[in-house]
Design a protein around this ligand. Sequence first.
Ligand code: ADP
Ligand code: ADP
Length: 224
Amino acid sequence: MLRLDGVTAEYEAGRRALDGVDLDVADHETVCVLGPSGSGKSTLLRVVAGLHTPRTGRVVLSGHDQDGVPPHRREVGLMFQDHQLFPQRDVGGNVAFGLRMRGTGRREARTRVAGLLALVGLPGAERRPVAALSGGEQQRVALARALAPRPRLLMLDEPLGQLDRGLRERLVVELSALFRELRTTVLAVTHDQGEAFVLADRVVVMNEGRIAQTGTPLEVWQRP
Ligand code: ADP
Ligand code: ADP
């Protein structure tokens, strides 16, 4: 589904944010990326999304080399920490945005939006202005928006970062079930080991731009 081959990335010449990353993500697999701040996790997502051009190496999605493919042509759904909702649109308009762009009919879009809003704990919120939502509520809308087009690869950067613990614990279990149901391939950055245990088929631990460790959560964390 996704393959990175010897990917290096730099923001400033000579300082490698990614340093020779090789990664394979299988169809329907959920991979959680962990590691200290500055280890390259966000850059990894940005490179796959086409928001940052690698210096060397290849990004291959569903067998297609992504070199030169612009972000909007890549079949990836994104949810970053600084989720930018469209402030002029209401909640429903935000979630439906990608659907309408892809030609999903109004009726189908409405049904799907309602289902997603219920899923993220905001049932019936379609007509609420996004400016009136709390940070956590906005994060949930951003999550629903990323899920709406049912992307082949869903990339999440600290998707539940701003939520309180109770909501996180509930959502993470629902997300895990949802990913399995949608059979979406997921690449998620998280700081939370517990979250990775619930979500991940496989964990990738990054350090200084390299993959330091990879394996199932049990393999990675039960090692002596
Ligand atoms: P993480 O997501 O693990 O915190 P990042 O991918 O954000 O790590 O950062 C990896 C490295 O790239 C860090 O050394 C960071 O300082 C650097 N970096 C990230 N974004 C930029 C940027 N916009 N300009 C310059 N350096 C950056
Ligand atoms: P209307 O409310 O008349 O239907 P739109 O919903 O098309 O207008 O857009 C409302 C505003 O939302 C526009 O002014 C536009 O700047 C902003 N907007 C819509 N889509 C995007 C997008 N993909 N990225 C950034 N801004 C957007």
